[in-house]
Write a protein that binds this ligand. Structure first.
Ligand code: GDP
Ligand code: FE
Ligand code: FE
Ligand code: FE
Length: 193
């Protein structure tokens, strides 16, 4: 049961709403992100209800259609430049608007953590860093270095944000994927100090 009123129902209510939006494998990822986020929240002294709600909703919009995202960008007069990118950016940035409008979650700290969970940002709260990292190192993730960066998130959260950003950038360069400028901003702020 949530007592802090960031969401008007229980955790079970929120889980049902999220489960209805995504496939089984993604729902299971979301539950693993929540588990990791709660562990990180305890370590870094972040409100566990905020961590739970942000984790459970971070990929709420991941399986929505491109047309849905483009309609919300227009309807809510978001930066039209967003239209140049794709689902990987929209499900966080535009997804936060859907979480706000459809689930009546209006805490800015939670909504920013959803917005920033894919690309990071120059300034990230501890909650936002936790969601960014929990998404990356939840127990189902498997990539070279995952054990080390999972530990790093508990030892030096900011350094782990830098690690993820550096590796995501390397991965994107390798596959010649488009790089959102915000991803570069995060790299410059978190990985080069
Ligand atoms: P997920 O929603 O749980 O799969 O994870 P994320 O939301 O963190 O990431 C979604 C995808 O976006 C991942 O494959 C990232 O590598 C990718 N990604 C992150 N930043 C960028 C970027 O700047 N450009 C592109 N093309 N992809 C990115
Ligand atoms: Fe995501
Ligand atoms: Fe992520
Ligand atoms: Fe995710």
């Amino acid at each position: 049961v949530y007592t802090d009123k960031y969401f008007s129902g229980t955790r079970e209510d929120l889980i049902k709403l999220v489960e209805a939006q995504v496939s089984t494998y993604r729902f299971e990822h979301i539950l693993r992100v929540e588990k990791m986020a709660l562990q990180l929240a305890e370590k870094w002294q972040v409100n566990p209800e905020k961590a739970s709600i942000a984790a459970l909703t971070h990929d709420y919009a991941k399986e929505r259609s491109d047309a849905d995202f483009l309609a919300v960008i227009d309807a809510k007069h978001l930066d039209p430049d967003l239209k140049s990118w794709g689902n990987y950016l929209w499900h966080g940035v535009v997804g936060a608007e859907m979480v706000h409008d459809e689930l009546a979650i209006s805490d800015q700290d939670i909504l920013d953590a959803i917005r920033q969970h894919t690309t990071g940002a120059a300034y990230m709260t501890t909650l936002s860093q936790i969601i960014y990292m929990a998404d990356y190192v939840e127990a189902g993730r498997d990539f070279p270095g995952v054990t080390e960066v999972r530990q790093l998130a508990f030892d030096d959260l900011a350094a782990s944000v830098g690690w993820q950003t550096r590796h995501t950038l390397e991965f994107l360069l390798q596959k010649q994927g488009p790089i959102y400028p915000g991803t570069m901003t995060t790299y410059n702020e978190w990985s080069t100090k």
